[in-house]
Design a protein around this ligand. Structure first.
Ligand SMILES: Cc1cc2nc3c(=O)[nH]c(=O)nc-3n(C[C@H](O)[C@H](O)[C@H](O)COP(=O)(O)O)c2cc1C
Length: 400
């Protein structure tokens, strides 16, 4: 049975939700599921914008059929070739033999690479090209590395709808709701939207900035992304988030304490620091155990907040492996412009603090590491209290 939603006038959402997938891209946990969005435009010509993941193909095909009501599909616009959106291309070609795929040269090259039999039913477009489907005239805008090199977005100049590919997407299944104002975005969605952006396209901030620059020149009324809610109100709110994230500017002044501790002593010191900071008035503070928090959440929170305290044991003369992995992810995702404080622990040759500082100063860009640090020899004791006080004061001072 079909399950579709009308976006506006002659445009319909024909996507589907997946609640069964545990890990998006086989990496990121998605406890709230994910939606694969696709859209059908019923103009003089009928147009399908992108397809969906193979796991929801059956629902998707029923949805298309219901919206078309016996009409043929004339065009399939492919904005992004990642398989969670492109997996059903061949199925569409088989069911709608007269269809033509509209996309760019790189995307067609990738379709062939993935083994899709697209034959001659293709229409290649370039940046700035336009295409009329009857009443609707769309223009194609390249969006390289948002989030793959072939990515493009399609703007409907007739009604201001932007088919934004992976840009403006989010983890989370829609569950009947489609629009941003049908959900409590600030309460239920922003954390997943941030986690999606930072882990999926966080690395490509300058490319996102380039797309935002292009977007500022067009009158966008509705944003139709390939995951998560469709934006038809308060667009400025989400555009502003994208601008901040892609410039690596923190959203909030606040502290995130991430600790790595095997037997609880480093954790205890991290908690004492947290209490001291809160006592001094710094209440925007969160704590995470690096060992039981998936790194995608850590990355997302690091994008949100201005300050990070890293408290780590020394492990076989190195940084604790989970802490190291978090640092490597920070580097891989190009994270910048944060202030760090360090607590280190070692029972015979304490190295973690020096190694973390070296990493932050040499391996990632534009990070500030406070000079004050706290060194523990196995556990926190009375002798460490004054250093802890100095560290807390220095964190507070650096926030002013
Ligand atoms: C497997 C293992 C390796 C360790 N390697 C070192 C090391 O190379 N140098 C050092 O000074 N301490 C080392 N430690 C001690 C820890 O850094 C830390 O001082 C101790 O685990 C107490 O902190 P915790 O209670 O937060 O785990 C090691 C501990 C373990 C269990």
């Amino acid at each position: 049975m079909h399950c579709v939603r009308k976006v506006i006038d002659d445009l319909y959402w024909v996507g589907a939700n997946d609640h069964r997938l545990a890990l998006f891209e086989n990496i990121h946990p998605i406890p709230r599921g994910v939606s694969y969005n696709s859209y059908v435009l019923l103009d003089k010509r009928t147009v399908l914008f992108d397809t969906v993941d193979w796991s929801v193909c059956r629902q998707f095909l029923e949805n298309i059929e219901a919206v078309l009501k016996g009409r043929q599909l004339d065009y399939l616009v492919i904005n992004h070739l990642e398989p969670d959106h492109a997996a059903c291309i061949e199925e569409i070609l088989l069911r709608y033999p007269k269809i033509k795929i509209i996309s760019n040269e790189k995307a067609f090259m990738m379709m062939r690479q993935f083994g899709f039999h697209i034959d001659e039913r293709i229409e290649e477009v370039k940046e700035g090209d336009t295409k009329s489907f009857g009443k609707h005239v769309v223009t194609f805008v390249s969006a390289p590395m948002v989030h793959w090199p072939e990515a493009m977005v399609t703007f409907d100049t007739t009604n201001g709808v932007l088919f934004s590919a992976d840009a403006f997407g989010s983890f989370g299944a829609l569950d009947g709701k489609l629009f941003n104002d049908e959900v409590n975005f600030e309460r239920d969605w922003i954390d997943d939207a941030r986690r999606y952006f930072t882990n999926i396209v966080g690395k490509y901030g300058p490319h996102v900035q380039a797309l935002l620059k292009k977007a500022s020149g067009i009158d966008i009324k509705i944003i139709c992304p390939l995951h998560g809610p469709v934006w038809h109100s308060n667009l400025g709110y989400f555009l502003d988030k994208y601008d901040k994230w892609s410039r690596y500017e923190p959203e909030e002044k606040g502290v995130m304490i991430v600790y790595a501790s095997m037997y609880g002593n480093t954790e205890s010191a991290a908690t004492i620091l947290a209490s001291k900071l809160v006592e001094k008035g710094l209440t925007n503070l969160v704590m995470y155990d690096v060992s039981n928090t998936h790194v995608s959440y850590l990355i997302s929170e690091t994008f949100r907040l201005s300050h990070v305290v890293l408290a780590s044991v020394t492990y076989n003369l190195g940084i604790y492996p989970m802490m190291h992995s978090y640092l490597m992810d920070m580097k891989a995702l190009n994270l910048q412009k944060r202030t760090f404080a360090i607590i280190e622990n070692g029972s015979w040759a304490c190295k973690s603090g020096t190694l973390i500082r070296e990493f932050l100063e040499n391996e990632v860009r534009d990070m500030t590491v406070l000079d004050e640090k706290l060194t523990l020899n196995s556990t926190m004791n009375e002798d460490n209290l004054s250093d802890m006080e100095v560290l807390a004061d220095s964190i507070i001072k650096s926030m002013k």
